[in-house]
Design a protein around this ligand. Sequence first.
Ligand SMILES: NC(=O)c1ccc[n+]([C@@H]2O[C@H](COP(=O)([O-])OP(=O)(O)OC[C@H]3O[C@@H](n4cnc5c(N)ncnc54)[C@H](OP(=O)(O)O)[C@@H]3O)[C@@H](O)[C@H]2O)c1
Length: 224
Amino acid sequence: MKNHVIVTGAAGVLGQAVTDVLTQAGYAVTGIDRAEGPAIATEGTYLGGVDLADPGATVAAVDQAIRTNGALAALVNVAGTFRWETVADGDVATWAMLFDINLRTAVNAVRAALPSLRQGGGAVVNIGAASAIKAGAGMGAYAASKAGIAKLTEALSEEEKDNGVRVNAVLPSIIDTPANRADMDGADFSRWVSPAQVASIIAFLLSEDAIAVTGACIPVTGRC
Ligand SMILES: NC(=O)c1ccc[n+]([C@@H]2O[C@H](COP(=O)([O-])OP(=O)(O)OC[C@H]3O[C@@H](n4cnc5c(N)ncnc54)[C@H](OP(=O)(O)O)[C@@H]3O)[C@@H](O)[C@H]2O)c1
């Protein structure tokens, strides 16, 4: 049975939590990220310096991962970023930048991984955002890019049903990260979802227990 999972954005906060939870669950994890190395040691194989917005670099990294750890059981698309800008006062270039980093990276990784995922069944979990359901002020460009993740998830799940590949997404609200704590000093952090809680839902979606679930975009919002 295949047990190799690629986690993109593996050097980041959620990527490290996903790597830890999946490693504990017995998967062999390859982390791929543009950062040369994760801030804290992660288990498994790590491929740094990879810009997943570049299709050629993505194919090369996914192929290297498969040569090292075998055919893919799953792909978890965590790579992404955030900007708060109003439509009127923000930079129009932000829309393209967030599209590239939040959506194009996932499309490139999926296209590179699909041939291997289709061999004996596989799963994809994408990271959307709760704000893509109802965007607040300053969230337009970010939420639009994450709405793209939801539509990628829905379309791909339909396309891959007969190929044995399930495709789902989690939609976190504010995750309890050091960056968010610094940006929102004074907020009630206990209401936020933890990286480990988001990672647990991702692990469930990859598991046999979720074999009947595909095309789902699941809000993971703690008490927000
Ligand atoms: N934090 C939240 O509250 C929250 C809420 C909802 C959804 N999300 C989503 O959850 C995911 C993880 O968030 P996080 O807080 O863990 O973010 P993070 O700590 O910034 O981690 C994201 C990682 O993705 C990498 N990355 C970005 N662009 C890349 C590219 N083109 N190629 C390869 N790697 C790339 C980043 O590298 P660099 O450091 O070099 O950019 C970083 O290591 C993101 O998709 C985010 O949008 C987060």
